[in-house]
Design a protein around this ligand. Sequence first.
Ligand SMILES: NC(=O)c1ccc[n+]([C@@H]2O[C@H](COP(=O)([O-])OP(=O)(O)OC[C@H]3O[C@@H](n4cnc5c(N)ncnc54)[C@H](O)[C@@H]3O)[C@@H](O)[C@H]2O)c1
Length: 471
Amino acid sequence: MTEKTNPSAGQLETGTTRRKFIAATASATAVASALPIELSAQVAGSDEIKVGMIGCGGRNSGAIIQNLTANDGSRLVAIAEAFQDKIDGNGPRGKGLPAIKQQLDKDGRGKQVDVPESRQYVGFEAYKQLIDEVDLVCIATPPGFRPIHFEYAVQAGKNIFMEKPVCVDAHGYNRVIEAAKLADEKNLKVVVGLQRHYQKSYLEAFKQVHENGLLGEIVGAQAWWNGSRPWIIPRQEGWTEMEYQMRNWYHFVWLCGDHIAEQHVHNIDVINWFVSGDSINGGNPVSAQGMGGRAGTEPRSVGEIFDHHYVEFRYGADQGNVVFNSQCRHIPDTWRSVAEEIHGTEGIAYLGGNNPSITDRKGKMLWQYREARGQKDANPYDVEHQELYRHIREDIPINNAYYGAKSSFTSSLGRLATYTGQNITWDEAVKSDFSVMPENYAFDAEPPVKPDADGNYDVAIPGQRKLPWKA
Ligand SMILES: NC(=O)c1ccc[n+]([C@@H]2O[C@H](COP(=O)([O-])OP(=O)(O)OC[C@H]3O[C@@H](n4cnc5c(N)ncnc54)[C@H](O)[C@@H]3O)[C@@H](O)[C@H]2O)c1
């Protein structure tokens, strides 16, 4: 994919309301604070905002509804997609634009969608046309592309919602961090779909830990994403290898980052957040070592990712030398859990689920979260869009890209550790600037990995797989 600076970067359309609302040129700098955002009630908005979505799959079909619902004046005007059938809703795994329209009609919001064929952009370069013509972009493609799309959107001066993970390698991490700095300079508002930061139970637990000190000093942590097996789309005749991998993106490192990034990033992010105590910039471990592999629940003809990882992440002395054991697995009929646990000198926090709690070291309950009587907590997937618009409207800095990038790259560090069997430091991995992405993006281009003569992909063997910067 060629990257170039968008000549229209920072330029705004005229119109007082839009100018006030979008305000993409100012110079405000993000103010770092150690405390989480406060959830606010939804603010109804009528300012007209042109919204575009990049990726028209499962998540963005929901995210776009949540986005448009958070601001009455927003209109979905363009879609960028790798495949036309995903927009039309007749490809594998997807309901596309018809389902989005149907839902918005049902909600009485049908007027908020206007995407004629002329604004349906298809292919690897489609994101550029889309970003050039909208005010706000919702990005939910496979994460390998995130740094490219995010960087271009920032250069073009657009406000951004982007899904997690936000990178799958060091080069992507470094690009996201640099683009995040530029986003601050341009006073852009950036929200990342690590929705636990917008979930009341987690925010309350964070306060108990960091304001009320219920854990004492944090000394250790544990987290799990032990869940279900990912989907597989059978190879079809006529597909190039690139098309097969794009359709099955979950199974390839360059697109997905492996299961440890794609799903487990949520839990890893919670641990980075609670250990660092920093809700704005986040934190990261200083090293990782672990083990993992492919127990063989699916044939090697499907893809290259592991089906289990167990990583020991270590944080620096400034963060109490905390040790965090991270575990993720997608093997059928094994124990399931998606949760986090944080151990302190005075207590243990049990997060995940609707009722997180904190006990003392002997199990006596110190605090338990409950929704207010007769009320259901706001859905964090809604809140993240409400907060994005509130920050735009009130011109308050918000930029989740820093913690989003750190948590995403923590997952990559874990993957490097399990694939190679080595103990790897954060600094050497970041400095290496290694990339797992292809040289060219086209359906007839070479992807970075290919099946062997028997149709099987190479799966990493610890001890034999080299670190990318030492290979
Ligand atoms: N926060 C959450 O709880 C949550 C939940 C689900 C998914 N997600 C994230 O959302 C992202 C997408 O996941 P999904 O489940 O929607 O996958 P999906 O496969 O359903 O959708 C992704 C879409 O992006 C398209 N695409 C691929 N490359 C593209 C490119 N270069 N340009 C434009 N379009 C491209 C695909 O064709 C597909 O339609 C992932 O990063 C995932 O982790 C987050």
